[in-house]
Ligand binder design. Sequence first.
Ligand code: GUN
Ligand code: ZN
Length: 427
Amino acid sequence: MSAEFIITGQVLSFAHSPFEGVPEDAAHLNEAVLIRDGCVAAVGTADDLRRQAPNAEVQAQGNALITAGFVDAHAHYPQTGIIASWGKRLIDWLNTYTFPEEMQFRDLDYAKEVASRYFDLTLQNGTTTTVSYCTIHPESVDAYFAEASTRRLRALGGKTCMDRNAPEGLRDTAQSAYDDSKRLLQKWNDQGRLSYVITPRFSPTSTPEQLEALGRLWAEHPECLMQTHLSEQVDEIEWVKSLFPQARDYLDTYEVYGLLGERGLYGHAIHLETREIDRLREVGASLIHCPTSNTFIGSGLFNMAQRKAEGFAVGLATDTGGGSSFSVLRSMAAAYEIGQLTGTALHPAQLYWLATAGSAQALHLADKIGNIQVGMEADLIALDLSSTPAIAQRSARAEDIWEAVFPTIMMGDDRAIKQVWISGRAL
Ligand code: GUN
Ligand code: ZN
């Protein structure tokens, strides 16, 4: 493949967030996009781009929707093998399924095998950037980043730190969490397209000493993102209150140890108190919505419309394997369903934006990924809007682009992903 090529189809770009103003007005369609040296060089009519780049190969994608690849802002790649495990809620689900599986990642070969399978699955589903928790084992971080690097992916992740309330063999210490995280950060952060994310799992599995140590590491590396879980399930919040009796609320267990900040990613954040909302908003933190996980584990209903109206940056995520699918299309559908249950029908443009530009914004990467704009990295997908008979017969009746896209959002899966480009190379 040449370093310069043109993709034709229905090229979707967002000029701004569809949560501001009329949703449809935020998006534009063009005929073609010119890719040069792995980045978007121009967007326009096919004729214009052919004139601009007469030697460029043309990759015609028919009527397919050409968009940025999906950005999955919260996942646990080590839980690939236990996705769709039946019958538990958060704490029992962690103890029964998650912790025994995560134990196996002390073995580098096992970690490599799962990382490879994980990226096969995410790419088949059109996800071009992932933000993953690894396990407590440095080997799990090495396997994740090495695999992402081989595939030239923009990927983010970090060692999950836990020094209590986890089984023997799945606990580090405050000091080793600090030391291992720091070493892995120095090894992987900013290597090509990789970013290290400081990762305390959640306050029930960290002592105050460990939270303090990771807060210190974040203060030493403010360029890094920090990810954790917050207020996912009501029982969990009660547990946090009993473990940290002096804390004002769940968020306070992070705040007092330096783990509240603008570059913080707070997964779930469903059952927030007013003080927590105010503080998260004041610092400009990102909330990460994991809708298939919230329904699967029975956690509750995230109020997207309200959080967006309050001005939050919100990312969309699968939360594999608490989430029940690798497909961000399925996450969009679940976000729509949860929106209905909380009283707001999210517009398809809003759902699509959340899965791409919105997640990128939450990760502070909106200048690089999540949209088709000149200068951005060419991590793109071609989405077939008629990928199954059920979808095709509905989209055939569509009177505008969003009516044509919505059946794929609600019923689409990996069969809708016709082509994926990573850094301007077709897979
Ligand atoms: N809270 C702490 N750890 C986890 C996890 O692995 N998955 C989910 N959904 N919630 C968590
Ligand atoms: Zn999670």
